[in-house]
Design a protein around this ligand. Structure first.
Ligand code: ASP
Ligand code: MG
Length: 596
């Protein structure tokens, strides 16, 4: 019999009426012939309330006691839901995380799941009982109660769905589903019917906020189809699943994080080992770095920049300063008034001109772009914080996301990095790595790709003002050139500096349009490198596990490979290195991530 997992968030079980309604949903699924597991969050604002209460007693609550306290919120709601189901005439049993046997590590308040036993749940399900599992909690090997971090019930739900091989994991919430952007900011944002795990990962980590990012990592690892759906109506919601085979819209959504901070280390030596040292410092403190960007160096000095959430800024700055002290040269800069705006879409892999369109929308509204980075399915920019809302609105409108999205035919299908519709190899590699994991939430690095088919173009001394990136990328897109990795770091003395990669056979065309375009920018200087090697480490959870960057850069440093350019996203970390060193670097990385 097929298993369905249904997760109800705090607002969906806030009072007796809502609890009865949630229970009725589970009963309905049971009557349709499924075995049903419910995962329930604490009621309403219960968790916030408990956090506040603890803060009234101490400003440093011991993490172990915090977990003990917060886990009670869920214990309360599962008991009430179980009573409601019994009252409505079905069998039900409530279980805490520990009673189920969800074993985690001992990192209180952000524990990671190691394993889950299914026996007790299976026995109950086979008896026709509805299982009601407390979300967001487990126990460590010493029987201490642990929690997974705020919003962690989504993670419980996907993890249970994974171990029970559920047909679907339904996430009931107080919105219609996943939207093209935050409807509170853009009222004509639309609900998306279908989105891939990778897109959702990029959206979630970028602050789309519908779901706990870790739960999507879980779902992707174990191929659990997720459906985010409203608890207040019969809406079908949004299905999150493997890259659907059908043609994809070019852009699926616009995500943003309003309160971002930027940290830059500038004037650092351009030699192997420097990035490894910096990443080690950050990972020691478990600071998750986002949007890591390094452009080609000038005068032997490089600049690496990254963004961190506001609450990690102080620590990130301390770590950065330590790095600079150890290196004996360089300077730490910060930008505290920035926001990150990103467009995400799996169709981007096979279409030119997406960056150009995004930059054009920003230019039309006089919004200056501070930093740029891309992955195959995402383009992110940093903008001044007071322009964040304008940026989201104009980019959303520019891609006409308020209308149903058509799926134009793919171009660039000959591009070696692009395999439209064919992700079967990546898929198999990933399954293989997942099958060998020691603990369920371990990092998955499933592929290291070497691409030697691209060239690099760098444009320096551009004016740091709105409209420049738009003009350049529009001209390149008009030529039909497929731009891959775009990197723009912070400007220096009013000059912006931009690099990107293009297929080598398109380099000459690209350079000629750029020369024409640059007639408008007298000072600008173009350089290029016909043969580069791009290496990408791909996997799941690269950003939330802070050690991957460190291992990647340490490995390259040990192999004496200098990193010329870097960009990262939720699903890949890419670097550009000297072409001759590509194969060696590739072999070392495969070995470091145990893929050879
Ligand atoms: N009750 C926890 C929280 O509010 C977990 C959850 O709701 O997913 O963060
Ligand atoms: Mg919650």
């Amino acid at each position: 019999m097929s298993v369905i997992v249904q997760k109800f968030g705090g607002t969906s079980v806030a009072d007796a009426t809502k609890i009865n309604a949630a229970a009725a949903r589970a009963i309905a699924a049971r009557k349709r012939g499924h075995q049903v597991v419910m995962v329930v969050s604490a009621r309403g604002k219960k968790t916030d309330e408990l956090v506040r209460l603890a803060a009234e007693i101490t400003d440093q609550p011991p993490p172990r006691e915090m977990d003990m306290l917060l886990a009670t919120g869920e214990q309360e709601s599962v008991a009430l839901v179980a009573m409601s189901i019994r009252q409505q005439g079905e069998e039900a049993i409530s279980l805490t995380g520990a009673q189920i046997g969800i074993v985690t590590d001992s990192t209180h308040t952000k524990a990671r799941i190691q394993e889950i036993s299914t026996q007790r749940m299976r026995n109950a399900l086979d008896d026709g009982t509805i299982v009601i599992a407390a979300g967001f909690q487990g126990m460590d090997p010493e029987f201490n109660i642990t929690t997974f971090g705020r919003g962690g019930s989504d993670t419980t739900a996907t993890a249970l769905a994974a171990v029970l091989k559920a047909e679907v994991c339904e996430i009931y919430t107080d919105v219609e589903g996943v939207f093209t952007t935050d409807p509170r900011m853009v009222p004509d944002a639309r609900k998306v019917d279908l989105i891939s795990y990778d897109e959702m990962l990029e959206m979630a980590s970028l602050g789309a906020g519908v779901m706990h990012a870790r739960s999507i990592e879980f779902a992707k690892k174990y191929r659990v189809p997720l459906r985010v759906r409203p608890s207040f109506s019969d809406g079908e919601g949004t299905l999150i699943s493997l890259d659907p085979k059908r043609e994809a819209p070019v852009v699926t959504g616009v995500a943003f994080v309003k309160n971002e901070c930027r940290v830059s280390l500038t004037g650092i030596p351009d030699r192997p080992g420097v990035l490894a040292q910096i990443f080690a410092k950050m990972s020691e403190r478990k600071i998750p770095l986002d949007l890591v960007v390094q452009d080609i160096s000038s005068d032997g000095k490089a600049t690496v920049s990254f963004t961190v959430p506001e609450h990690d800024l102080a620590e990130a700055l301390t770590a950065a300063q330590e790095s600079i002290n150890d290196l004996g040269t360089g300077q730490v800069l910060q930008g505290t008034n920035v926001s990150k705006v990103s467009v995400v879409g799996r169709g981007m892999r096979t279409h030119t001109g997406v960056a150009a369109q995004m930059f054009r929308s920003l230019a039309e509204n006089d919004i200056n772009i501070g930093m740029i980075t891309t992955s195959e399915i995402k383009i992110s920019v940093l903008v001044e914080r007071d322009r964040c809302e304008d940026a989201v609105r104009t980019v959303h409108a520019g891609f006409a996301l308020h209308q149903p999205q058509a799926s134009p035919p793919a171009v660039g299908a000959n591009h070696p990095d692009i395999h439209p519709g064919d992700h079967s190899t990546s898929d198999e590699l990933e399954r293989d790595v997942v099958a060998r994991l020691a603990a369920m939430e371990d990092i998955v690095v499933s592929e290291v790709q070497l691409d030697t088919s691209q060239s690099r173009v760098t444009i320096g001394r551009l004016p740091d003002e709105s409209g420049v990136a738009s003009e350049i990328f529009s001209a390149v897109a008009d030529k039909g050139v497929m731009v891959d990795m775009i990197v723009q770091n912070i400007s220096h003395e009013g000059n912006a500096h931009l690099s990107f990669t293009v297929p080598t056979e398109e380099l000459d065309d690209c350079l000629s349009v750029i020369k024409q375009t640059l007639q408008n920018f007298e000072m600008a200087k173009v350089s290029s490198d016909r043969s580069i090697a791009k290496l990408s480490v791909k996997g799941i959870g690269l950003r939330s596990h802070t050690g991957v960057g460190e291992r990647m850069f340490r490995t390259l440093a040990d192999a004496k490979v200098n990193v010329q350019m870097v960009n990262t996203s939720e699903i890949r970390m890419s670097v550009v290195v000297n072409n001759n060193l590509g194969p060696v670097a590739h072999a070392c990385l495969l070995k470091a991530f145990q893929l050879s």
